[in-house]
Design a protein around this ligand. Structure first.
Ligand SMILES: *Cc1c(COP(=O)(O)O)cnc(C)c1O
Length: 428
């Protein structure tokens, strides 16, 4: 597969963009080689600058659950933009999105739109601190909650891939109130609560940890967090920037039947446009300005074009609950096929899968914790990644990211990916 045009662009890019990219996860540092530059997408297929076609299992890192260039979403954007791009004033579409979101997500009365997942989490954490009058936050090692200072502690994903779990430039004071527990280890949370009683504002968690690969919550883990938060008067924040509208219409709260006090969204709610949101019960959300004392603002928040894209996508998801069972079934098929191929070819591999997310780890032991994700053989992952790319299967270029399935993957696309995986695993 020739990628001369992408190579040339990357040379230009590296001179004017740090590492040639606008987000570190896009660089191929963990897997070697250079990223293809993408020109176009349709359904689950994307094309690069050299005309190579790929089956896409990234989907813009999750937002494109209906696939690329989904006509109702594109039409909504082009209709909205005819009226202007931004007013910095209230528009009807913001109310439409908020009403729909509130109707779909359990335990949520009000929502505030922002422009990214990072902003959503940063704001939700501020709200939790403002509401409780406490400063400390418990997060889990390997969970990613965006790049705000307080959340860049043991942050997983891109940070993990780059081998800089804690960023330079984060003042000790900003990270000092962030306590780190172990995912799927309630005892580690209990100890932090016991040692910091009356000081914990919130526990924030990715209901499915999807920035250390994919690690599902063990039975009772999320329920246990709920109980500990209740016992100590802390808020439970579900960071649903990935799981929101991906696992079920109501997200992880519906899927796992556990209620959070604040929920953060991003990715899917923008339909491919830059959007985030945080939401919660009325008594919590009415603490936010201009009603309450917790300040949070945004010049482009609730941007009408972005809202139109999000509304179109959410409406379709709301009308098609069967999509969730369909993509989950496809993910299961793919995970099973990969497991069979690994067994057949004697490759030590685990495939974790939940909902429309999956992740292969190159180890012979089950992967249920952050520590266990690190047992994966990263050299084998690189070979797997590059073998798949050479066969036109576009995956996230890191062991610590999910493989994202979406509604647009057909049985043929899945079969092609499984066939490619079988060939690659045979060659390892
Ligand atoms: C992607 C992600 C974020 C950050 O969202 P951005 O839009 O990239 O700022 C936060 N939390 C989780 C769980 C994410 O996966």
């Amino acid at each position: 597969m020739e990628r001369k045009s992408s190579e040339k662009l990357f040379e230009r890019a590296k001179k004017v963009l740090p590492g040639g990219v606008n987000s570190p996860v896009r660089a191929y540092r963990a897997v070697g080689g250079n990223p293809p530059f993408i020109v176009r997408g349709k359904g689950c297929h994307i094309w690069d600058e050299d005309g190579n076609e790929y089956i896409d299992f990234v989907g813009s890192w999750g937002p494109l659950i209906l696939g690329h260039s989904y006509p109702p979403v594109l039409n909504a954007v082009s209709d909205a933009m005819q009226n202007g791009l931004s007013f910095g004033a209230p528009t009807a579409v913001e109310v439409d999105v908020a009403e729909l979101l509130v109707s779909m997500v359990p335990n949520v009365d009000m929502v505030r739109m922002v422009n990214s997942g990072t902003e959503a989490v940063m704001s939700a954490v501020r709200v939790a601190r403002g509401v409780t009058g406490r400063d400390k936050i418990i997060k889990f090692a390997g969970c990613y909650h965006g790049h705000s200072d307080a959340m860049l502690v043991a942050a997983g994903s891109g940070a993990l891939t780059q081998g800089v779990p804690d960023s330079a430039g984060v003042p000790k004071a900003a990270a000092g109130d962030t306590l780190t527990a172990q995912y799927n280890d309630l005892e580690s949370v209990r100890e932090l609560f016991a040692a910091n009683a009356e000081q914990i504002a919130a526990v924030i968690v990715e209901p499915i940890a999807a920035n250390m690969g994919v690690v599902a919550p063990e039975t009772g883990f999320l329920q246990g967090l709920r109980q500990l938060c209740d016992a100590y008067g802390a808020l439970l924040i579900f960071d649903e920037v990935i799981t929101g509208f991906r696992l079920a219409r109501g997200g992880a709260q519906e899927f796992f039947d556990v209620r959070a006090d604040l929920v953060t969204f991003g990715k899917i709610i923008g339909g491919g446009m830059p959007v985030g949101a945080y939401a919660g019960r009325r008594e919590i959300m009415e603490q936010v300005a201009p009603v309450g004392p917790i300040y949070q603002a945004g010049t482009l928040s609730g941007n009408p074009v972005a809202m139109a894209a999000g509304l179109a996508q959410l409406r379709i998801l709301n009308e098609h609950p069967e999509y969730y069972t369909q993509i989950e079934a496809k993910a299961k098929t793919m995970a099973d096929a990969m497991r069979n191929s690994a067994a057949k070819h004697g490759v030590p591999m685990q495939v974790n899968q939940m909902g429309a997310l999956l992740c292969p780890y190159f180890t012979d032991k089950a992967v249920k914790s952050y520590a266990e994700t690190k047992a994966s053989d990263l050299t084998l992952f690189s070979s797997y990644f590059n073998g798949m790319l050479a066969r036109g299967i576009y995956l996230a270029p890191s062991q610590f990211e999910a493989t994202f399935l979406n509604v647009s993957h057909t049985d043929d696309d899945i079969a092609a990916a499984c066939q490619a995986a079988d060939e690659v695993l045979a060659s390892l």
